[in-house]
Ligand binder design. Sequence first.
Ligand SMILES: *Cc1c(COP(=O)(O)O)cnc(C)c1O
Length: 445
Amino acid sequence: MDDLGGRRARALRAAVEEGLVREGEEVVGLLDVVGIERSAAALQAAFAIPGVDVTHTFAVKAASLVPVLALLGECGLGAEVASPGELAVARAAGIPAERTVLDSPAKTVSELREALTLGVAVNADNPQELERIDALRAAAPTSSPLGLRVNPQIGGGSIGAMSTATATSKFGVALRDPGAEEWVLRAYAERPWLNRLHTHTGSQGVPLELMAAGVRAAYDIAERVNQAAGRPQITVLDIGGGLPVNFRSDATAPSFADYADLLRAEVPGLFDGRYGLVTEFGRSLLAKNGAVLARVEYVKSAGGRPIAVTHAGAQVATRTVFAPEAWPIRVLALDGEGREKTGEPVDQDVAGPCCFAGDLVARGRALPLLAAGDHVALLDTGAYYFSNHFAYNSLPRPAVHGFTVSAAGAVAFTPVRTAQTRAELLAESGGGLPPLRRASAVSGP
Ligand SMILES: *Cc1c(COP(=O)(O)O)cnc(C)c1O
């Protein structure tokens, strides 16, 4: 099966037919294995420049699932991690240290020590973190490539929470602040081992031109560092991730090739072989390769508005529910067999199972009228929807299944994550710990 929509339709139907969605597991995640491989291949092709050493790392937060990381690792990708937990996920997936980058704004000393011991690349976020690295390096040698994250302060995009390069962003060293550039030049001059420079200038909602301007600013400061050093001290530029995703149709736009072409035009020196490159894409590698499939439990009407009450709400589509303007997603109406419904579109709300009124994944959406026992599919949810579970109402993390579709259209599923069990939910809720005792019983009279 060659097209994304065709593979997805087969998988949705098969998931219902085979009982992946069932009593007790009324919502599941699906991931298109071939789609993921193709996204990875498109990224590699876009940045395949003779003479330039490129390491593509996957931003683990977008899908912190060990089998997914393992698949991406097989495809030749590495991992960008931002916490000890994400580093553990990447290691469990067999991602080698040479293809792992640690970026997080709040790295502890023990987290830094672990990374330096493993030889994982670290991008320091701020001067204090750099001083911690100084001390750790003095205490024990390390093979970790080390860099500094800069914020080129080129401005934000349409989603404030996704804009990493505003004047007051919490990330990196703010390059345009008074004295900052001089400080950066001095930091490199004093540390001949500091050999990388990192920027991640945006994410969903940030236009490509702005991202390219951010990379340009980072490149320019790297050139100044190297000029001042009289040698190529910075050997690797980590240009981050952030390619926006089209949530309106199955089209991949912009593409990795569009971004690489723009960078080639705007920052030609990036590709002339003097620098190795690291990228850190997340959403653009996975989003279009995933869907959430959920059963419609009831339908009702309120104030003249039809409402479908489904099992997919804020617990899986957290950003969409809380910030619907920034994170709209397509919803497919499927029948009891998992086939796309036909019929006159009717404006209706698609609600989730959480006990708060705003738990809606679509409001007044024109869809064939849903009925109890039907299903809905939330599209383009392969990135960030399976890794950012919101434990509201003690709703369990749903299972995630990878799927492949044969040329004849047969679907094969492979488990990626099992649904959280009742026992796991209880453990997460302090189950098994002794009851809190009344204060008078603990402290006495
Ligand atoms: C989140 C993040 C990424 C990935 O961003 P996407 O928009 O998912 O591509 C890359 N690098 C850093 C430092 C990040 O914080």
